[in-house]
Design a protein around this ligand. Sequence first.
Ligand SMILES: C[C@@H](O)[C@H](N)C(=O)O
Ligand SMILES: C[C@@H](O)[C@H](N)C(=O)O
Lengths: 159, 159
Amino acid sequence: EQELVSGIAYNRDEAKITLIGVPDRPGIAASVFGPLADANVNVDMIVQNVSHDGRLTDMTFTVARPDLQRTMKTLDQAKNMLKFERILSDSNVAKISVIGVGMRSHAGVANTMFKALAEKGINIQVISTSEIKISVLIAEEYTELAVRALHSAYGLDND
Amino acid sequence: EQELVSGIAYNRDEAKITLIGVPDRPGIAASVFGPLADANVNVDMIVQNVSHDGRLTDMTFTVARPDLQRTMKTLDQAKNMLKFERILSDSNVAKISVIGVGMRSHAGVANTMFKALAEKGINIQVISTSEIKISVLIAEEYTELAVRALHSAYGLDND
Ligand SMILES: C[C@@H](O)[C@H](N)C(=O)O
Ligand SMILES: C[C@@H](O)[C@H](N)C(=O)O
């Protein structure tokens, strides 16, 4: 597993926005991203999970922290076309990523990451993965602790 | 935007598993992935969103369809160590990905994807992104329709 992971990256310049209670039916994701695209908002992560009841779910996305105000304003101006129960925003987050080739064996690599964060009492707010990366959002104050814990968990200390 | 997207990929060989109602506190993600790692389960996507109330959230992950039974059995055997309200599994899904460099402009690329799926009445069940890719899970029966709609939405028809 050590040979799978090549590095740990972090980004403290992000803010997360969550639309709570969006209807789970075709067209809703497009209704949110239309206004954002028109306003030229650069989005980084987009995370949505299944809805439990087939009716509502939540959508979270991250933008660069300097864009948070503008993004919230864009959503507010479009609110008559959007359907959601409430919007949460939080700029006290950091994105921490474990990077490596051959992440196919995710469960082992993921387990090491989640365990290392758990041992330091760091709560995982959001998880998103790709073939070469596992990214989580955590509270920004834990950034150094998380990065150091992950470096030693994957034996990257001697780099 | 056309020049940003280089291709559309799909995978109908996946199954999704959702743990509904896991506590949102440190150590819970590790408690789920420990048994999966021990059982050598290969996981592809891992998606978790913020919890609304700070108490519970859901975790979804995908495995290769042939691994679904084994994965469910692993979770069942570990259920005394796990905390969740219920488990959903569904092998009728397809992962559709829009691939391209410079996805930083996500909102525009994402909007085109979500709009093209919406116009065909295709519901987006899960969304997960990376720097080079936007992936969604949809009902498997819509795979060809989705891939064709996305090819024309990004002007890739002439490839
Ligand atoms: C929630 C949102 O993703 C919805 N399911 C859609 O397809 O647009
Ligand atoms: C839900 C789960 O991710 C939890 N927040 C943890 O840190 O493990």
